[in-house]
Design a binder for this molecule. Structure first.
Ligand SMILES: Cc1cc2nc3c(=O)[nH]c(=O)nc-3n(C[C@H](O)[C@H](O)[C@H](O)COP(=O)(O)OP(=O)(O)OC[C@H]3O[C@@H](n4cnc5c(N)ncnc54)[C@H](O)[C@@H]3O)c2cc1C
Length: 509
């Protein structure tokens, strides 16, 4: 006999930023119009309006929605992203790319990078960049989608994500969702009502009430209200775990500017005295922002640093956003699931927030409740969220911690701070013999960790001894072959801007 309670009838999404509309789009597609979905957003409050760089997993989201990729890029003034260039992170003058996809070849015994490491330690190999088609393509401003008809070629290994205009992305998904039955309500929520009668639903959210008096009742509420966490925090007082002691930046000032050529197929992150600056190239403009630590640099100074490091003319007034890095103690509490900024925040150094929205929605679909709201399911959701966000947190801390900069107290403090045990262990393992392990289903792969540890100057003392089963000449030949094939592949790839012009140019480009 099934123990099921009544099904959910009405899902209410609070918020129409990237989180709200991604949630609405995914649920409207997967729930096939069998559930009522209402999304409430307030034009008066608006959205954060940033969040324009993604990681390759978004391709899975697009496939689930069955959206046409060219149309999506065109309508969001998008461009393609093959990785992130980090400038001045390890030390002033340091430049490296965290490129998507594999390095060298996937070998099923000893990792590829162990062969590279042996030769590198002997001073006989160029840096890792030479073994990555995406990194080499970044340097050459080239882009094409993977050519799967040539499975042996590095051209089949091109892995990419997107840059897009956050406002246009929300609008695009809004049209998509409303075409699939999502009801959009515009208005400011002023009150949240809870179930008050004693019983299993006591203290659950019953309805939200708008400024005009309209009341919207629901069974399941998705809190996509941004940093304020209207339901999860302001109403349910769930609590927040603050990670500022590891990630001290607490503000960002953002400004778009005119584009310059060439159109780079990567995000750039440049470290400054007390923070870092992002640069996200779109078809119609470049997005920029300076993430900084307000106890080390004033807002005016941070704005000046940003404005004096733009490619072109600023197109708007700079806008400041404040945040507290950390996560909600429970992303799912009673009948409220927090998604997006309402669930927590990690600075956009590795463009992971939109991804966290995607995985939260996927997890919600997998653990979709009925009116019984099974507690083990809720606990599982929260554990998976915690696992995912803490591993990403460690990865971001790594960028700050592994530095040799001596030009400001901020970098000294980051280098000297005590880091989480989990991160300490990873760095120690790598430092010994270059060993890296991806923990279960964590987001970043061994190759991601490798690129950042190597890029920021952590050099292992030795390599896996099994590499010595091959003689040096053989290894050299193997590495040289890979470099040459990658170089030839990058030569035939089209220019990024030209690729966009041919396939997905926005009107006017
Ligand atoms: C500086 C910065 C840079 C970032 N860069 C990146 C990046 O490059 N890549 C990435 O993946 N992520 C990035 N992010 C994160 C990304 O911007 C967010 O994850 C994403 O935009 C989702 O925001 P949201 O929808 O949760 O919140 P918001 O955009 O704040 O939306 C909140 C919504 O709730 C509504 N709302 C709030 N209160 C009420 C109310 N009382 N009544 C009715 N409606 C209400 C608002 O109107 C709005 O529609 C960045 C974030 C910041 C702060």
């Amino acid at each position: 006999m099934s123990q099921s309670a009544d099904p959910i009838r009405h899902v209410v999404i609070v918020g129409g930023g990237t989180a709200g509309w991604m949630t609405a789009a995914a649920l409207s597609k997967v729930l096939q119009g069998r559930y009522d979905i209402t999304l409430v957003e307030s034009d008066e409050i608006g959205t954060v309006g940033v969040g324009e760089a993604t990681i390759p997993a978004i391709n899975k989201f697009n496939r689930i929605l069955e959206i046409d990729e060219d149309e999506f890029v065109r309508e969001t003034q998008g461009s393609f992203k093959l990785g992130i260039e980090f400038v001045n992170w390890g030390h002033l003058g340091n430049r490296y790319i965290h490129g998507f996809g594999i390095l060298g070849q996937e070998l099923w015994t000893t990792d590829f990078h162990q062969y590279w490491l042996k030769m590198r330690l002997a001073g006989q190999s160029p840096d890792l960049e030479a073994y990555s088609i995406t990194q080499r393509a970044c340097r050459a401003n080239k882009f094409m989608r993977a050519d799967l008809s040539r499975p042996q070629s590095p051209l089949s290994q091109i892995v990419y994500a997107f840059h897009f205009d956050a406002g246009l992305y929300a609008k695009y998904l809004s049209r998509y969702s409303q075409a699939r039955g999502v009801k959009r309500v515009e208005g400011r929520i002023e009150r949240v009502h809870l179930h008050e009668t004693a019983g299993p639903r006591e203290g659950f959210v019953r309805s939200v009430q708008l400024a005009d008096g309209q009341e919207i009742a629901g069974d399941l509420f998705i809190d996509c209200s941004g940093f304020r966490g209207l339901l999860i925090e302001q109403t349910l007082k769930t609590g927040y775990e603050d990670w500022t002691h590891w990630l001290p930046c607490d503000r960002a000032v953002a400004v778009p500017c005119e584009s310059v050529k060439p159109l780079t197929p990567y995000t750039r992150s440049t470290a400054h005295r007390a923070g870092w600056q992002w640069r996200i190239p779109l078809q119609h403009r470049t997005g920029n922002g300076h993430v900084f630590c307000s106890s080390q640099i004033s807002e005016d100074e941070a704005t000046n640093v940003l404005l004096s490091n733009l490619d072109g003319r600023a197109l708007a007034e700079p806008r400041t956003l404040r945040f507290v890095t950390g996560k909600r103690k429970k992303a799912w509490n009673r009948n409220v699931v927090a998604v997006g900024l309402a669930s927590g925040f990690l600075e956009p150094l590795e463009s992971t927030s939109i991804h966290l929205i995607q995985t939260a929605v996927a997890r919600l679909i997998t653990l979709f409740p009925d009116q019984g709201f099974s507690q083990p399911d809720i606990d599982e959701f929260n554990e998976q969220f915690d696992f995912e966000i803490t591993r990403i947190r460690d990865f971001i801390i790594l960028h700050y911690h592994l530095n040799q900069r001596t030009d400001s107290p901020f970098w000294t403090q980051c280098r000297e701070m005590a880091v989480p045990e989990s991160l300490k262990k990873r760095m120690a393992l790598y430092q010994q013999r270059g060993r890296i392990f991806r923990e279960s289903s964590e987001l970043f792969t061994e190759v991601g960790w490798l690129q950042v540890m190597n890029g920021q100057g952590l050099m292992p003392q030795a390599y896996n001894p099994l590499v010595d089963l091959y003689d040096e000449a053989e290894i050299q030949e193997f590495l040289k072959g890979i470099r040459e094939v990658i170089d030839r592949c990058v030569e035939v790839m089209p220019d990024h801007a030209e690729f966009i012009r041919q396939h997905c140019a926005a009107p006017g480009h």
